[in-house]
Design a protein around this ligand. Sequence first.
Ligand SMILES: C[S@@+](CC[C@H](N)C(=O)[O-])C[C@H]1O[C@@H](n2cnc3c(N)ncnc32)[C@H](O)[C@@H]1O
Length: 219
Amino acid sequence: MKDFILTQTLLTAPAFIPEIRLHLATEVTPLWQATEDTLREINIQPPYWAFAWPGGQALARYLLDQPSVVQGRRVLDFAAGSGLVGIAAHIAGAAAVWANDIDPFCLEALALNAAANNAPLTILGQDLIGQPLPPIDLLIAGDIFYDRRMTDHIFPWLQTIAGQGVEVLLADPGRAYLPKTGLTPLARFTVPTSLDLEDRAERETVVYRLEGEGGTPLA
Ligand SMILES: C[S@@+](CC[C@H](N)C(=O)[O-])C[C@H]1O[C@@H](n2cnc3c(N)ncnc32)[C@H](O)[C@@H]1O
């Protein structure tokens, strides 16, 4: 997997986040094709890890511009993909950062990208939904509402976490399954995007705080 990632990507900064370099695909179609051709037999996910999604870029920009949001806090980058948001949290002064994704390729890309930015992320590869979390103060997640089943699976869990005293910050570029309630907008960015990935050259992307409902504080 490591060789595949290094062969298929360039170490480069996303358009909106010049501070951070990631192993990113420069062209979408060849990588998508290579992923399917090479890895079909192991039922692999699309290569989410090879792109800095608008939600991730907006959230990373927000944390880098407002470091007081993360300074001294213990942070989980959930559905981390390339790890852009978690790396931004580290640079902005987080006390500790965990990065979680369930795609094995993401875990490898996370390790490579963390090393490229000297960011000591603790990488978690298990599905954390409904499971005990590391001792965090803040959960951050970019661009996770593009699939109905994923939103149905993840959003109630995020609401529970927010209700237990963990701050939950999300960023979304207007995906179809963004929940309609419980989100307070904090900042808005126009993020440049690739026409190969999105249907427009830039996307209005909003950073939200998720308001929790009930619950008791996490131990
Ligand atoms: C569109 S990518 C966003 C990546 C990154 N946050 C960003 O904004 O660039 C969505 C990611 O969610 C991950 N994912 C999907 N379901 C998940 C789950 N149950 N737990 C953790 N990660 C999950 C996928 O593997 C993928 O890497």
